[in-house]
Structures are given as structure tokens and as C-alpha cells.
Design a protein around this ligand. Structure first.
Ligand code: NAP
Length: 314
């Protein structure tokens, strides 16, 4: 193995955000391993990863011996498992403890900074599961990086502005539309996540992706879109009280997305806290890289509409 290379094992690598991490890891020259279920239906992307040089490891998180063997092959473990599988990461942590060789573990966070948000009960329950994983990793003294990637940019632009339905003029604004939110392009999340996973400066730190040009309100986003497209949108506001009522009346898990919208777009929870010495903002760490700004992200959409396949909210 060359200097500066790490062997990286990614769980959930065939998923929405995990696939960007696998591609970034290969692009940055790291030997890349993808742990996938034997009956995964993601055959096309697995074939693509293999053709790019990734090593595919088939198994399930409850196959302890297989997990320990896979972990022993690598230096860094990244989990991008989806929300319903969050507590399965305790099994990955057990394997990491037994293997004893892992230099860094990144659990499946990649959203709001969960230790600095106080949310409506459905989202709070969701965050509690992720916090439980963080506390278990700290207690086990496994070297970690916790990543708060904020809102997946392409995913939320699609959700809020419906760019692939140019005739749809009616859009929903959550609350007043003035609260600031952080939108980060998924390709950048992939690259920066591999950088921080292999960087000694981010060991045992919480890293936040929040470059200034990616902090926008819904109203900013709408007027930017209107200016660039020349197409005006009819805005219907849902009040905070209506959102709270929905979070109380919808069944679980449908009550989670609306509670996330409340935190992000009504309360401004991705942008309303200071990044002090206890947190690391990723942009200054890598002067050779730049996060795509929201302005550039909209241009990317206008040139070549991105249709996020299937990210589940959260
Ligand atoms: P995803 O695409 O739904 O799933 C990731 C992978 O999990 C799948 O491709 C699958 O891989 C694997 N998996 C393992 N067990 C599974 C099971 N029983 N059922 C289904 N899939 C299973 O994940 P994601 O939406 O990218 O979410 C990853 C992380 O990002 C989560 O922590 C989530 O909360 C967060 N997120 C953040 C935002 C944001 O805006 N910040 C948005 C969405 C999600 P195999 O088939 O290869 O086994």
C-alpha cells in the first residue's frame, strides 16, 4: 500500500449517500471495500463499483465472524446505513472492538449536528438512536469522526423546488421561509467524508460541513431559482403550528420527515449555533478543495437535472 492510502470499508455503500463515498474513496486512491447483503438488489451499482476497482464483501451485520474478518482487512470503517438500520451499527462496533485494528470509525450520521439540536418528539427519537451510537463509540474508545453533513443539497432542491417538473409552479414554504439552512452537494459530501476519515486532525472530533456560501433560507433559494430560470413560483406557507400538529397526528414513521422539516426550515437548526473549538468546520482543512456553492448547485441542476433516486428523509 502507498503512503497516505488507507483501506476503507463502507457499509451502506450501495445506498444514496454511501455510493458517493465509495466513488470518492476510489477516486482518492484508497483501496475500497463495500459491505453488502448477499441478496442486495443493487446489482448495477455493485457491478459499477467492481469495474472501478472496489472489493465487494458479501455478508450481513449479524454474521459476527464475517464482520470481524472484514474489519480486520481495513484501517477505516464508514457506515452509511439507512436510518432503520442505525442500531445495527452496534454490531459493527462489536466487530471493531474484537478486531482491534481500526484507526477510524465514522457512524451513519451525515445530517444535523445531533448533539446540538432539540427537535419535535418524532425527530428527537430518531436522533436519540444516532446519539446512542456516538456514546457507545466514545465509551469503547474507538477512534472516531462524527460528521454533520447537514442537508443533502440535490435531494432538498428536488424536494423544495421540483426542478424536474418545470410546469409545477406551486411550491410549499415551511414556516416564514426565512430561517437559514445548510445545503451541501452530495458529491462534495462523498469527497469531504473520505478526506476527514483519513485525516489525523479530525480524529475524535465532530466535523460540520457548513461553508458560508451554502447557508440559505427557503426564500433565498426560491428567488435564486426564479432569477436563474425566469420562472416564478406560487408560494403556499405552512405555518409552524400546522407542522407541529402534523407531527403529532401522522403515524410513525411518517411523522419523522415533517419533524425534520420543522427543525431545518422553521427553526434553522443546521445554522443556528456557533462553530467553536469543540467542532471543526471542514472547508478550511482542505484548501485544494471547494464545496460547490448553492448557486453552483442550481447551475448544475439547470444544465443536467439531477434526480435523486431514493434517499429516505433524514
Ligand atoms: P439508503 O440509501 O436508504 O440505504 C443504504 C444501504 O443500506 C442500502 O443500499 C443497503 O445496502 C443497506 N442496507 C442494509 N440493511 C438493509 C435493510 N435491512 N434494508 C434496506 N437497506 C439495507 O441510505 P441513505 O438514505 O443514504 O442514508 C444514509 C445516512 O444518511 C443515514 O444516516 C440517514 O439518516 C442520512 N440521511 C441524511 C439526509 C440529509 O439530508 N442530511 C438525507 C437522507 C439520509 P445493500 O443493499 O448493499 O446491503
Amino acid at each position: 500500500m502507498k503512503q497516505n492510502e488507507s483501506r476503507i470499508l463502507i457499509f451502506g455503500g450501495t445506498g444514496y449517500i454511501g455510493s458517493y463515498m465509495v466513488k470518492a474513496s476510489i477516486k482518492l486512491g484508497h483501496p475500497t471495500y463495500v459491505f453488502t447483503r448477499p441478496d442486495s438488489n443493487k446489482t448495477d451499482i455493485l457491478t459499477e463499483f467492481q469495474s472501478m476497482g472496489a472489493i465487494i464483501v458479501k455478508g450481513r451485520v449479524d454474521e459476527h465472524d464475517k464482520l470481524v474478518a472484514a474489519v480486520r482487512e481495513v484501517d477505516v470503517v464508514i457506515s452509511a446505513l439507512a436510518y432503520p438500520q442505525v442500531l445495527d451499527q452496534l454490531k459493527i462496533l462489536e466487530a471493531i472492538k474484537i478486531a482491534g485494528n481500526i484507526k477510524r470509525f465514522l457512524p451513519s450520521d451525515f445530517g444535523l449536528e445531533e448533539d446540538r439540536v432539540s427537535a419535535l418528539p418524532p425527530f428527537e427519537a430518531f436522533l436519540n438512536k444516532k446519539r446512542r451510537i456516538r456514546r457507545a463509540i466514545e465509551e469503547a474508545k474507538i477512534p472516531y469522526t462524527f460528521v454533520s453533513a447537514n442537508c443533502f443539497g440535490a435531494y432538498f432542491i428536488n424536494y423544495l423546488l421540483h426542478p424536474s417538473h418545470p410546469n409545477k409552479q406551486d411550491i410549499t414554504v415551511y414556516g416564514s421561509g426565512e430561517a437559514k439552512a445548510v445545503l451541501i452537494y452530495e458529491e462534495d459530501i462523498g469527497i469531504y467524508t473520505i478526506k476527514v476519515a483519513t485525516d489525523p486532525r479530525t480524529c475524535n472530533r465532530v466535523v460540520v460541513y457548513r461553508p458560508p456560501a451554502n447557508v440559505v433560507s427557503q426564500l433565498d433559494l426560491i428567488s435564486l431559482w426564479e432569477k436563474k430560470t425566469g420562472r416564478f413560483l406560487n408560494k403556499t406557507h405552512i405555518t409552524e403550528q400546522e407542522i407541529v400538529t402534523l407531527s403529532q397526528s401522522l403515524p410513525d414513521p411518517e411523522n419523522i420527515p415533517v419533524s425534520i422539516l420543522h427543525s431545518v426550515f422553521v427553526k434553522g437548526a443546521t445554522a443556528d449555533f456557533e462553530i467553536g473549538d469543540d467542532l471543526v468546520e471542514a472547508s478550511p482543512l482542505y484548501p485544494e478543495l471547494k464545496f460547490s456553492t448553492v448557486d453552483q448547485l442550481i447551475d448544475i441542476f439547470l444544465k443536467n437535472p439531477i434526480k435523486p433516486a431514493s434517499a429516505a428523509f433524514g
